[in-house]
Design a protein around this ligand. Structure first.
Ligand code: SAM
Length: 255
């Protein structure tokens, strides 16, 4: 249930933002070998696979078995895409120096040991290979408010699930692992609009791995939400700050 909610509702935030990042900054080359770290239900993995075909391929890993199963089922027709269980500490091809690109969309804020994740990625890239990390460094205000109003009972549990760090610290960790940072910036170019309360609720269920509890959402709480946000459609575009990091493994240091 949470996996399919994620698949349907991630289109608004994760998918659109990820595609913009890929087409604007990441620019994967045909023939490339890509790791999609934390692929979720695999929509962006399939998008990447299309960009590197016919000779390139994508290995997409995620620790959430339900999301991975749904990804395998949904994208089974994509011949150059392989879904494998894994995470930032253990993934297919770790240490292999075979990847041209490691892409990770809306995952880094879930990773507790980011130093280790950077080292693992560094060891897995070819010389000259790059990482493209798209993440948030704090909960977006509309999410915090939605939880406070609709699900105050689960808000603390949800907040504790994340491992936020500042963009400066993340850039430092990236450099410490040996990468040259090509660009690191905040982007505000994502449209985040929920046409109805139902759309917003579905997104909250999906993105919280099921922590957001629909049973706790009363009419009274929905009314309070309208008082905060106005009537739907809810347009949170102005709230939608994300961080984008692009870094390269230098050719000279690579063994
Ligand atoms: C917000 S989803 C993003 C999924 C996908 N990248 C997308 O853009 O739709 C975050 C994903 O990161 C995965 N994840 C959490 N911790 C992880 C870790 N340590 N390493 C790799 N993936 C992780 C979760 O299971 C989840 O599917």
């Amino acid at each position: 249930m949470a996996a399919s909610s994620y698949q349907q509702s991630s289109i608004t935030v994760q998918l659109e933002g990820g595609k913009t990042f890929i087409c604007k900054d990441v620019l994967p080359q045909p023939g490339g070998v890509i790791l999609d770290l934390g692929c979720g239900t695999g929509e962006l993995s399939a998008f990447l696979a299309e960009l590197v075909e016919p000779h390139g391929y994508v290995i997409a890993v995620d620790p959430d078995t339900n999301r991975l199963n749904l990804a395998k089922e949904t994208h089974r027709h994509v011949k150059n895409l392989f879904f494998v269980e894994g995470n930032s500490n253990e993934f297919q091809g770790m240490g292999s120096k075979k990847y041209d690109l490691i892409f990770s969309n809306f995952v880094f804020h879930w990773i507790p040991d980011k130093d280790k994740a950077f080292r693992n990625m560094f060891d897995s890239l070819k010389a000259g290979g790059k990482i493209a990390i798209h993440y948030i460094d704090a909960l977006l205000p509309f999410i915090t408010t939605s939880f406070e109003v609709l699900n105050p009972e689960t808000a603390e549990k949800f907040n504790k699930m994340f491992c936020f760090d500042t963009r400066d610290n993340i850039d430092c960790m990236c450099r410490a692992a040996g990468f040259d940072v090509v660009s690191s910036y905040y982007a505000y170019d994502k449209t985040v609009v929920y046409p109805s309360v139902e759309n917003l609720l579905q997104w909250l269920v999906g993105t919280s791995h099921g922590v957001f509890d629909l049973q706790l959402v009363t009419q009274e709480r929905i009314q309070q939400l309208f008082e905060k946000f106005g009537n739907p459609p809810f347009d949170f575009t102005a709230d939608s700050r994300v961080s984008r990091l692009l870094a390269v493994k230098p050719k000279s240091q690579a063994q």
